[in-house]
Structures are given as C-alpha cells and as structure tokens.
Design a protein around this ligand. Structure first.
Ligand code: SF4
Length: 229
C-alpha cells in the first residue's frame, strides 16, 4: 500500500502493516558486521515512540529491547512517572537506531554502530514512525537523539522539549533522554542528574504520556491508543 494511503488507513490496517514490517525486520541480514537476530518490541500503535541505540547480547538472546541492566534503569525512570516496565512494553513502541548487536568495543562497552549500519537500519525505525505518527518521540542516548534533531551536547538538549516535523508533514514533540547504560556517568552527576529529572517531569506532563499512564485497559481509540499484537 502506498505510504499516503497507509497514513489514512484505519488503526487495524496500520497495525497489521506494523506486524508485517516486524516480520520483514526479523529476516533482515543486511549488515555483515552486526549480530542478529534483529530485535523489536511488540507491534503497538502508540502515540509515544521510544528510540534506543542498539540491542546488547541479552536482548538478541531474549528478543526483547532493553531487557537487561540499561533497561532496568530506563524502566525505573519510566516507572517513576507512572508506567512500569510491563505497561511500557504493552503501551509504547520501543524502537532503536540499529536492531542487531554491534559487538564489543575493544576499549570497553558495546561498539557504536557505524554510519553505514545506521543508514541501512534507519529504514526500519522510519517505517515504524511513519505508521505510528507518534505525538511524543523519546530518543534515548546520543546516537538516537542525533537521528531526530541536530544537537552538540547532551547538556544543551536534555531537560527540554523540541519540535519534530516529518518529511510527510506531521509533527511531534521530542523529549530526549540520556542513555541509561551503567557505563555512563552523565546522568549520575550534575548537571546531568538535574537535567534528567527535568526531562522526566516534561515526559510525565506530556498529554500523550499522561493518557497512557492513566490508561487502565488499553483500547484503540481513533488510532491513538495502543493496538498491540
Ligand atoms: S542492523 Fe538493521 S539493517 Fe543491519 S542487519 Fe540488523 S536489522 Fe538489518
């Protein structure tokens, strides 16, 4: 179906397309330097889209994004503003810049995906985003933030809300977060600690987050409430 028709399609049709997209993603093996299988979240037509960097070894074993230490920290942040991990997995679309494990960096931590990998994998999160047309985008970490807005330093963008305008013309709010990796000290020291708290306050106050956090039973309403597989 052409993208312009997809945007107008009813939520069930868009959800079915998202499920098919994820099936195609699972079969992707385009990057020789990446370790699959590719990881994706539940197919949730959510008004809130989280974009991480790339899965780690545990994520590709369990086939779930943010399922280990960084995820514990991230879901802890989200739980503090009304959505625990189970609710996040049911109600948010959790995407990533790259969907396979990049391998280890000899200097420690996971390798940052290279430009070609970021470019190749970008088609997947962009396709998800164009199906969702989210109203709130939460990029997590520098690599994810750089995909949706221009920035120099985390200190200059965390704690604030920014506009996003897609090439198709729809708009959203961006509230970036730092990467919750245990290797990162940015959010544990000032000014990162205060800026992180401000970012979480902004997310908590965003109407689309509030709608999900207040939601007892997710139901599709006008394509904006979650439709999960
Ligand atoms: S990183 Fe992305 S584009 Fe590359 S093989 Fe994995 S899913 Fe495909």
């Amino acid at each position: 179906m052409p993208e312009s028709n997809l945007q107008n399609a009813d939520p069930r049709a868009r959800h079915a397309t998202l499920v098919r997209l994820h099936a195609d993603l699972e079969a992707c093996r385009r990057c020789p330097g990446m370790q699959g299988p590719p990881v994706h979240s539940a197919a949730v037509l959510s008004p809130v889209m989280v974009i991480g960097q790339a899965p780690g070894t545990r994520e590709i074993e369990q086939l779930r994004p943010f399922c280990w230490t960084a995820g514990k920290t991230l879901f802890g942040w989200f739980a503090s503003i009304g959505l625990n991990e189970a609710a996040c997995r049911e109600r948010l679309l959790i995407s990533a810049v790259c969907r396979c494990f990049p391998g280890k960096n000899p200097k420690g931590g996971d390798r940052v995906p290279d430009r070609g990998e970021v470019e190749r994998c970008g088609g997947w999160w962009r396709a998800e985003m164009n199906l969702l047309r989210p109203r709130l985008i939460i990029p997590v970490g520098k690599l994810a933030i750089a995909q949706v807005m221009e920035f120099r330093l985390l200190n200059e963008v965390i704690g604030q809300q920014w506009p996003y305008r897609s090439k198709m013309g729809w708009t959203a709010d961006i509230i970036p977060l730092p990467h919750p990796s245990g290797a990162s000290t940015w959010f544990k020291m000032e000014p990162g600690r205060t800026l992180l708290a401000q970012a979480l306050e902004r997310i908590a106050a965003h109407p689309d987050w509030r709608g999900l956090a207040d939601l007892d039973t997710p139901e599709p309403i006008d394509g904006r409430m979650p439709v999960a597989d």
